[in-house]
Design a protein around this ligand. Structure first.
Ligand code: CU
Length: 142
């Protein structure tokens, strides 16, 4: 059995281009960052992103001050073989939610900078910061 302990230190959303009246335009929930396996320079991130901005948003880039590189990936099964594919651009319609989860879309965090125990993820639409999320690593226990 695998048990995941999650502690979200802080969770906040930056202001998107067309915020009106104090409603949070882009919201992240269920943020999970899995601790990397020993000796592996890669961690995975899962979360749900909901768009309440009043217009479609396009996530074009994800970055982190704690990792040299963050990519959006999707696991697809082709001829019974699971493969990962990079997602160059992710559009979320107004009112829509995109789910990053095990076996589906996920974030790959590559090459840690130092030894982070809290990870911040920044989601951009070109140069506009849509969402910033910070979470501790989960601890996976077999
Ligand atoms: Cu991947």
């Amino acid at each position: 059995m695998i048990r995941y302990l999650l502690m979200i230190l802080s969770l906040f959303a930056a202001v998107a281009a067309c915020d009106s009246g104090g409603r949070t335009p882009v919201v992240a929930t269920n943020v999970v960052i899995t601790a990397p396996a020993p000796g592996m320079p890669v961690a995975a991130g899962y979360l749900e992103i909901s768009n309440h901005s009043g217009t479609a948003i396009r996530i074009t880039r994800v970055s982190s001050p704690d990792y040299e590189s963050v990519e959006m990936h999707e696991t697809v099964v082709e001829e019974d073989v699971a493969r990962m594919r990079a997602i160059p651009l992710l559009e979320i319609e107004d009112g829509g939610t995109v789910v990053f989860e095990r076996g589906g879309k996920h974030l790959m965090l590559m090459r840690p900078i130092g030894t982070p125990d809290t990870v911040t993820l920044n989601f951009y639409s070109d140069e506009i910061l849509l969402l910033s999320v910070s979470a501790e690593f989960t601890t996976a226990v077999d």
